[in-house]
Design a protein around this ligand. Structure first.
Ligand SMILES: *Cc1c(COP(=O)(O)O)cnc(C)c1O
Length: 357
């Protein structure tokens, strides 16, 4: 079978070598003769893997000792509600920086639990005037989404004049560039984009934020309870944790976040360059805030969209349809997408433009 390239935003392409390893270990998890699908979450084999996974993440992301690493059931959208519950005990408001669809939804979910102050920091594919951003000194936290998967915008850093804990949804860009973890109160990510498969979230939390939970917080979504129980208060999603462990080995074998940061700039740079220089495709996002993970683009003659997608699929370039809110096309270039996948996409786009001009 010819090599296929899956540009799906999530669940996303996994590295081929990770899939092969999962296949090879399917009937025998770490010399136990038990499948990773049936291994007990309290068995020593699994518990050893869990603690070594935490060590790997700590090393790869350079996480200081005053942070805890949790694995929680439910994806990022579960955390949209769980975070305000976990941080809202002493303070009654939170600042939300809205940069696109996911931060907007997070703000909507959170307003059931905490009073929200919304700042629209990106509008019409551009940063809004920073002087209009309204920071609340008494906020329990500032929430933002560094990479908006649907809108294709990326904003990594901003001012934090009152030193309020920053909560960041890194679902679509974690491990794609180096982070200074100390600048964050909470970093979280659903696993199915850059960390493996769906069913679990990684939560990295500064320890002083562990005991700020409101009374109504459900037991298994209480960060402190899960921290005290090594994320095993209830049955942890075992297989997604196992796949995340394979992903971390793969990241390390390839040279860590530094390597993937370079790769992500090379891959996205190639595609943006081609789009910007073509008369056929367009990406309207301001250059200073373009995402390196998710690249939406339109065919200027958008009657050709369906034809483009059919032809792309015939070439083994899968799932390029844009999100229904954005329309057009979108290529998701997470760490598992090799450079030659992007090269194949650009070759196809050139050929399609020639044949349809
Ligand atoms: C995909 C995505 C989500 C939603 O994740 P679920 O696991 O479906 O809840 C949230 N935030 C961002 C930035 C995403 O890319």
């Amino acid at each position: 079978m010819a090599r296929l390239f899956n540009f799906n935003p999530g669940p996303a392409m996994l590295p081929h070598s990770v899939l092969l390893r999962a296949q090879a270990e399917m009937l025998n998890f770490n010399q136990t003769a038990i499948s990773p699908l049936e291994i007990g979450h309290r068995s020593s084999a699994f518990q050893n893997m869990l603690s070594s996974l935490q060590d790997k993440i700590k090393k790869i992301m350079n996480i200081p000792n005053n942070y805890s690493i949790l694995f929680l059931p439910g994806g990022a959208q579960a955390l949209f509600s769980i975070i305000p519950m976990n941080l809202g005990k002493k303070k009654s408001t939170a600042d939300y920086f809205i940069s696109g669809s996911w931060s907007e939804l997070a703000s909507k979910f959170a307003q059931r639990y905490i009073q929200i102050n919304n700042n629209h920091i990106i509008e019409q594919h551009k940063l809004t005037n920073k002087n209009t951003w309204n920071y609340n000194k008494e906020a329990a936290y500032i929430y933002y989404c560094p990479n908006e998967t649907i809108n294709g915008v990326e904003l990594i850093e901003f001012d934090n004049p009152y030193n309020v804990p920053v909560v960041a949804d890194f679902t679509s860009s974690i491990l794609m560039y180096k982070l200074d973890v100390e600048k964050f109160g909470i970093i979280f990510a659903s696993a199915q984009k850059n960390l493996g498969i769906s069913g679990i979230s990684l939560v990295i939390i500064r320890n002083d934020l562990l005991d700020q939970a409101m009374e109504i917080t459900p037991e298994i979504f209480n960060f402190k309870v899960q921290q005290e129980n090594d994320s095993c208060k209830n049955t942890i999603p075992v297989y997604p944790v196992y796949i995340m462990d394979l992903m971390m080995d793969w990241i390390q074998e390839n040279g860590g976040v530094e390597y993937f940061a370079k790769q992500s700039l090379i891959k996205s740079g190639m595609l943006y360059d081609y789009i910007d220089n073509s008369q056929f495709y367009v990406n309207g996002v301001d250059k200073s805030i373009r995402s390196r993970a998710n690249i939406p683009f339109d065919i200027i003659n958008n009657n050709l969209n369906d034809h483009f997608l059919t032809k792309a699929q015939e070439k083994g370039l899968l799932n390029l349809k844009g999100h229904k809110l954005a329309g057009g096309m979108r290529a998701s270039l997470y760490n598992a997408m090799p450079v030659n996948g992007v090269e194949a996409l650009i070759l196809f786009m050139q050929q399609f433009a020639r044949e349809n001009t």
